[in-house]
Ligand binder design. Sequence first.
Ligand code: FEO
Length: 170
Amino acid sequence: MDAKVYELMNEQIQKELYSAYLYLDMANYYSAEGLEGFANWFYIQAQEERDHAFLFQTYLLNNGKRIKLLAIDAPEGSYTAFDQPLDATLAHEKLVTASIHNIYDAAVSVKDYRAAEFLNWFVKEQAEEEKNADDLIRKYELFCKDGKGLYMMDQELAARVYAAPTLVLD
Ligand code: FEO
């Protein structure tokens, strides 16, 4: 396996785990504010990010590589408005998309089509993650001008259930 592709994938484990940490922090913020539906949405998001990290880890292990776990920063947190984590989520997912595309570029440049095939799932997943983040922002702007709207959106987000990733690596 190409050294650069390996290095970027190993770093991606850290980035996905940081994403989990970030969303856990957002979930904790909403929970502390009494918005358990928003908290539920972000607790599940944190689980998805952990899954993403594990997928990269499994891919590397399956290809005979060792994993070097890197330090994970603490999230900055300190939110003062309910829509701040939503905006931060979209901005963060755009960074993750760029990171996935960067690994894809590295893989294709050395004709590592196995890695490219693996990464295809993440390319699609990122499109969905950005759309989900954008949808949350738009719904908040449209419906959460008052307490009733906020309550309704919180109820809706409470219904999200965790689903394991559709990509399965043995
Ligand atoms: Fe694993 Fe939200 O990117």
